[in-house]
Design a protein around this ligand. Structure first.
Ligand code: WT7
Length: 638
């Protein structure tokens, strides 16, 4: 019997819609089914030449002596000895072309206010802010923490850091003071760039007091710069604080772009692994810009007239690679939206598409499922005919949501690119291209140059149709270079689990056509609305509460967000479980980790299933919770 997804594929194939590359689909990158196949072969036979071609699409101050240095595995180096700066490619070079007067950023505030910055405007602002940073003593090699919402200043701040050679560490503006503090401390940042607040769901989200709390006792922080976004009446009494607009007023509009080695750090971004401590993923200037430029151009088929909207937040890798750096390098117009996708009404996204005539929309399955819940009528009320390509990222997209997106948002005319990648990979890894057949619910095939395979724990390929681990055989230019200050862990976590491979931590199966079907995380990491949270982070937050003795967290399936967290808690002696206490613990998790951790529930229990060596068997809790077979219990101690 056929499952729904393949059946639907055949429907698509029969209708011959997505299959045939139309005039509309032949890209600026000149992608056609033939040269896509050719690229896959070229990349297999001569990866150095393939990636050198990709690198030659960009400008370098000095070219490389070698494309890839793999003499010190897994510490790979790309474009060895080359000199460059990603900002030169994202901004400086556009000022010499017709892009100078093209709109770089369209900003839509939640309250409907809007702002457009041309490449020249953005270039000016970035130069000024680079001068501000330099005047405050920020220099090449320093780290700067950025805690800003989705407003143009976050792009300006990131680009200015890169321009002066400082590494940015963006912390998502939904994170709590504790999470911000930890990230500031572990990167030993000199400076924090934040805002008074921003607008979300019709309210002001205050940020300044979060920063106040986060920098208590952190002596590396010399300065805090605040953007006035919410217009709060705040007096800055602490000498370390300054207003962004005041500093910008007196800054000069020209700044030199620092010459960087291609392997110099561009940014670090913290992400969840299996331990309670987030990992500082390190990305560099050279290979990163090559990888994101090639993938964005080929997968989203960027055209000179495009208006492109990636509805993510710059606080995640998606925003770094595909709201800010990638689109600006490609010279396209990138849209930034400050607020909630369903505020003030559930058709806000469709209204924004209509308002600006957006051509490409890139969003998450969570958002698609949420909007799907409001019915088919709302998108029909808006003119969405400018859309010609859709994208999805963050978690597996179920075929139903894929089809809804395709039919109701894309009028059954826009190919849906389900892009699989990670904070660590920096760029799309397994992804469709708009010139090859699609299967709803599948992320299709590895991108040319990516040798991804489905293997077992020992690295042996698993048979077609069976689940295995996603593993990558060869390095790629935008890959993480290390974990900040933790080379050993970088080796252990990514390159030692399956010998000879990069291990992603995802379970996947490959079908008879070589298409990949992702099934979720293999490790103890939840994916709530596309955000990674380790069960260990939730557990450690819980045991930090005075009432809790032990805790175990698991993920449970959720129709909209993909997964929610559920916790099992053993209370300290003498403490009674109650609804109030459960509520308090939920609040506690929120304040420790931020609102991205959505709890389905907290159960008070007397014991937890453990192995004889004392490890909590989350698998047992999970199968009990989801009504699945508990499986092998021989290692259970009780
Ligand atoms: C994890 C990476 C990459 C930007 C957003 C998240 C899951 C991501 C897909 C997809 C199935 C996906 C994986 C991956 N994931 N995209 N298209 N299909 N799963 O970045 O926080 O580093 O999370 O998100 O499990 O490992 P991240």
């Amino acid at each position: 019997m056929q499952d729904k997804s393949t059946m639907r594929t055949e429907v698509l194939m029969a209708e011959n819609r997505v299959l045939n590359p139309s005039e509309q689909i032949v890209s600026q990158a000149n992608l056609s089914p033939e040269n896509y196949e050719r690229a896959i072969k070229q990349a297999q036979n001569d990866p150095d030449a393939y990636w050198a071609d990709a690198a030659n699409e960009l400008e370098w101050f000095q070219k490389w002596n070698k494309v890839l240095d793999d003499s010190d595995k897994p510490f790979f180096k790309w474009f060895v000895d080359a000199k460059c700066n990603i900002v030169h490619n994202a901004l400086d070079r556009h000022i010499k072309t017709a892009n100078k007067n093209k709109v770089a950023i369209i900003f839509e505030g939640e309250r409907g206010d809007s702002q457009k910055l041309t490449y020249y405007d953005l270039y000016r602002q970035v130069n000024k802010f680079a001068n501000v940073l330099r005047s405050l003593g920020v220099k090449k090699g320093d780290r700067v923490a950025i805690y800003l919402p989705n407003i143009p200043e976050i792009a300006i701040a990131m680009l200015a850091c890169a321009k002066v050679g400082a590494a940015h560490n963006v912390v998502y503006a939904g994170f709590s003071a504790a999470a911000l503090k930890e990230r500031i401390q572990s990167s030993a940042a000199k400076l924090v760039i934040s805002a008074d607040g921003f607008f979300r769901r019709g309210k002001v989200v205050h940020l300044k007091h979060v920063v106040d709390e986060a920098i208590i006792g952190v002596d590396t922080i010399e300065k805090v710069i605040l953007v006035k976004r919410a217009g709060e009446d705040i007096k800055l009494s602490d000498k370390r604080y300054s207003w962004y607009h005041e500093l910008m007023d007196s800054a000069s509009p020209y700044a030199e772009t620092e010459v960087m080695d291609s392997e110099d750090m561009l940014f670090m971004l913290y992400t969840s692994g299996t331990t309670a401590k987030p990992k500082g993923i390190v990305h560099v200037h050279g290979g990163y810009m090559v990888g994101i430029n090639r993938t964005l151009n080929w997968v989203f088929d960027i055209k000179p007239t495009d208006i492109y909207w990636c509805a993510a937040d710059p606080g995640w890798i998606t925003g770094h690679s595909y709201i800010i750096y990638g689109p600006l390098i490609a010279g396209t117009t990138t849209v930034m939206y400050e607020g909630h996708p369903a505020y003030p009404g559930p058709d806000r996204m469709w209204q924004i598409i209509e308002k600006y005539g957006i051509n490409i929309l890139y969003t998450s399955p969570t958002t698609i499922r949420m909007l799907m819940g409001f019915g088919d009528e709302l998108p029909k009320k808006h003119d969405l005919t400018t859309l010609r390509l859709l994208g999805s990222v963050g978690e597996p997209i179920n075929p139903e949501a894929w089809m809804w997106y395709y039919e109701n948002i894309g009028r059954s005319q826009c190919p849906v690119m389900d892009t699989w990648w990670q904070t660590e990979t920096g760029m799309f890894m397994v992804t469709p291209v708009p010139v090859a057949p699609l299967k709803p619910g599948s992320a299709n095939k590895p991108f040319p140059g990516i040798e991804a395979e489905v293997v077992d724990k020992k690295g042996h390929p698993v048979p077609i149709g069976e689940g295995g681990f996603l593993a990558v055989k060869k390095p790629w230019p935008a890959m993480l270079r290390t974990l900040y200050n933790d080379k050993e862990k970088y080796k252990d976590v990514y390159w030692s689990i399956i010998p000879g491979y990069y291990t992603a931590g995802d379970v996947v199966r490959k079908d008879e056509d070589g298409y990949f079907w992702f099934q979720g995380r293999a490790d103890d990491v939840l994916n709530i609305a596309g955000h990674r949270i380790a069960t260990a982070e939730i557990e450690s937050a819980l045991v930090a509460h005075s009432a809790v003795a032990e805790a175990a967290a698991i993920g449970v399936p959720d129709k909209i967000r993909g997964e929610l967290a559920k916790a099992f808690v053993i209370l300290k002696q003498g403490v009674e479980g109650s609804d109030e206490l459960a509520k308090e613990l939920k609040k506690h998790i929120r304040s420790e980790l931020g609102p991205i951790v959505v709890m389905q529930g907290i159960d008070f229990v007397d014991s937890l299933p453990k192995t004889r060596s004392g490890k909590i068997m989350r698998r047992v809790l999970k199968s009990r919770e989801t009504g699945k077979d508990v499986g092998d219990l021989t290692t259970l101690s009780d």
